[in-house]
Each structure stands twice: as structure tokens, then as C-alpha cells.
Design a protein around this ligand. Sequence first.
Ligand code: SF4
Length: 65
Amino acid sequence: MNYTEKQLKSIAKECTEFEHIINAMGYGCSLLNVSPDEYERRCSDCINWFDGSCKIFKKEFSQYQ
Ligand code: SF4
């Protein structure tokens, strides 16, 4: 299943469980020199994503359509 950028972003925007993979790895943004552009809040960059098997995502996605 492929999701669009728009779907991944709009669901992540509403989600309280979002945790960026870069944060989770324990690196600060400055260390990796990640600009805000690259640090986008989208489900596919979340530690709970698990290749699309996040339960919250699935629930939100079913309501989104
Ligand atoms: S992957 Fe799941 S936990 Fe992460 S932002 Fe999306 S819906 Fe929320």
C-alpha cells in the first residue's frame, strides 16, 4: 500500500504519539545538521510507523478516506 505525502503528513500532524526517528536515535538536530525542511512531521518518519503497520495510523487512515 502506498500512501501519499499528504496523507502521511496530515495524519502525523494530528497524532499525539508522533516521535521522529532522528530524535529516537538520540541525535540532536544540530548534530546531524537537519534543517526544518528535512525534519518534517510525517508518519513514515515516525518510530511507530513500522512500514505502515502503526495501529493509530490505520485507524486514522480508515476515517480519512
Ligand atoms: S506512524 Fe502512527 S504514531 Fe507515528 S505519527 Fe503516524 S499515526 Fe502517529
